[in-house]
Write a protein that binds this ligand. Structure first.
Ligand code: SF4
Length: 517
């Protein structure tokens, strides 16, 4: 095989997977959009999501800034040299990272230092299998941390909140799957897709769950019991009312695929792999002779580009003008009085400066001074994809919010210590932060998870960067923004939309205790 051509094919697979959402996923998002009630926060989020998909298409840029842990599944004919192929894949990964199509995501687990090129022990994941066919089947999934952290594994029998005992049978499995959707809330950037693995051990069960994510969204399970189970989950999970981004709404789940394997008598695991709406997985069939791509997978059917028609643009312009009056504009530095006037549900638009801060920055700020004056300022939970031009100027390639709950141990203390007035992220925060918002006068703003192109477009310039020793995603970037839109989901009066949706969805979950399929 021509290994240079194979490397080029792998590079194309990576670029397409990061920037171009597959057609089966687009169909699912389109139907969710059609189901949603106009004018709701969920509808607004879905609009942002579809705009973002279109922008990623047009710019050939990452759909979401978190390009995850690249995971390849490759089937090769007998005799293929997998060692050489592995090297070619690593080269393609390093090149795609250099070109700003993947975020450098590989960090030393002990020191936290970032390798900078997505290569390192254990990254990327490349799984080979041999098969009898004469071509290579190569598939790739880019699954980000926000949804990866919402994966869950149940060891049956077990007791589930509001659902009671989940036994070692199909009904017990049904309860676990319903619970898995509830526990994810909006934190994995719902609406999401789930892959479920029944059986195996702890590691093979998760592998089986992830394997399901390689099935097409609209396929039909050949196992009749599992087909019924998948249909049941798809018909009922949306009743939980978690909705897009956990804002409430009609669509919580976009797809459910279940697989089964044998287990040992002593163990019974149900493993669930949760994937966000930015469900980036593609596949190619590659010629063994030439190394070139002969076919793309998951691309059957009509292409949905989410571009607005002229009539839609006109309606949107009218609606936008009508809504402008309801949008609160904030310019940093923000006063306590302005912040205390905000309440859950308000839509805000930020102009001026904001500063990124993720795990390393929050940990650092607990014991150190801030490199800039953060009084009245806005912290953005974001690990952007950045590129430096020839003159040494930084440009933002993708910059959506990251999961905020990881900063729960620090956030309240840091806001009080530095006088920060607003925090932007996704998925909401917990009781400690909510109490601090009330005491200090702060708000939590939920941006639309995964809308990395949409938000990158709101960033007008990169004014500086501090703490680069933490690596690109973890550094503190000083960003000047215009029209950065987000929703107040936790205010300074003790209100939290996340807490409310969690409570109402838990009450709904209780209704599934007895419902059988
Ligand atoms: S869409 Fe959300 S969960 Fe998915 S990779 Fe992006 S930030 Fe993570």
């Amino acid at each position: 095989m021509n290994i240079d051509k194979f490397q080029e094919s792998m590079y194309q697979l990576i670029i397409e997977t990061s920037t171009n959402l597959p057609r089966d996923v687009r169909r699912a998002i389109k139907s969710a959009k059609e189901r949603e009630n106009a004018g709701t926060r969920a509808a607004m989020s879905l609009d942002t999501i579809t705009n973002n998909i279109k922008m990623a298409d047009d710019k050939v840029s990452p759909i979401c800034q978190d390009t995850g842990l690249p995971t390849f599944k490759i089937k090769t004919p007998v005799g293929a040299n997998q060692l050489v192929m592995k090297e070619a894949i690593k080269n393609a990964i390093a090149q795609a990272t250099k070109d700003g199509k993947l975020r450098p995501n590989s960090v030393d687990s002990l020191t936290g230092s970032n390798s900078g090129d997505n290569l390192g022990f254990g990254t990327p994941v490349i799984k080979f299998e041999q098969w009898e066919k004469d071509y290579i089947d190569a598939r790739l999934i880019l699954k980000g941390g926000g949804c990866e952290n919402k994966n869950v594994q149940y060891s049956l029998p077990c007791e589930l909140e509001e659902l009671g005992r989940a036994g070692r049978d199909l009904d017990g499995i049904r309860k676990c799957i319903m619970h898995s959707v509830y526990q994810a809330q909006g934190q994995g950037c719902s609406a999401g897709f789930i892959g479920v693995g029944i059986g195996g051990d702890r590691s093979s069960g998760y592998d089986l769950a992830k394997e399901q994510l390689f099935r097409s969204v609209d396929d039909v399970n050949p196992n009749e019991d599992l087909r019924k189970l998948e249909d049941y989950v798809m018909e009922n999970a949306n009743e939980l009312g978690i909705g897009t981004m956990g804002f409430g709404g009609e669509t919580t789940l976009l797809g459910c695929k279940v697989g089964v394997m044998n287990r040992i008598p002593a163990s019974f695991f149900v493993s669930v792999a949760y994937n966000c709406w930015a469900f980036r997985r593609l596949g190619v069939a590659i010629s063994m002779e030439t190394g070139e791509i002969n076919e793309w997978m998951y691309q059957e059917g009509e292409h949905i580009d989410f571009g607005a028609s002229e009539a839609e643009l006109e309606t949107a312009a009218v609606a936008e003008t009508a809504e402008q009056t309801d949008i609160v504009t904030l310019q940093a530095p923000i006063t306590e009085e302005q912040i205390r006037s905000l309440k859950v549900g308000d839509v805000v638009q930020i102009n001026g400066m904001m500063y990124t801060g993720r795990d390393a920055i929050h940990h650092h700020l607990m014991d150190h001074d801030a490199p800039v004056d953060l009084n009245g300022q806005v912290i953005y939970h974001c690990g952007p994809v950045m590129m430096k031009d020839e003159e040494g100027k930084w440009h933002v390639k993708a910059a959506g919010p990251t999961t905020s709950i990881r900063e729960e141990p620090y956030q309240g203390d840091i806001m009080k210590k530095f006088g920060i007035r607003a925090v932007i992220g996704k998925g909401g925060m917990g009781p400690k932060t909510l109490a601090a918002l009330e005491e200090h006068g702060g708000v939590y703003l939920n941006a639309i998870g995964g809308a990395a192109q949409y938000y990158a477009d709101c960033i007008k310039s990169v004014e500086g960067v501090d703490l680069m020793e933490f690596g690109i995603p973890e550094a503190m970037w000083h960003l000047k923004v215009e029209g950065f839109t987000a929703v107040v989901t936790m205010d300074s009066h003790g209100n939290s939309l996340h807490k409310d949706v969690d409570k109402s969805s838990l009450e709904k979950l209780a209704e599934f205790k007895e419902r059988v399929f």
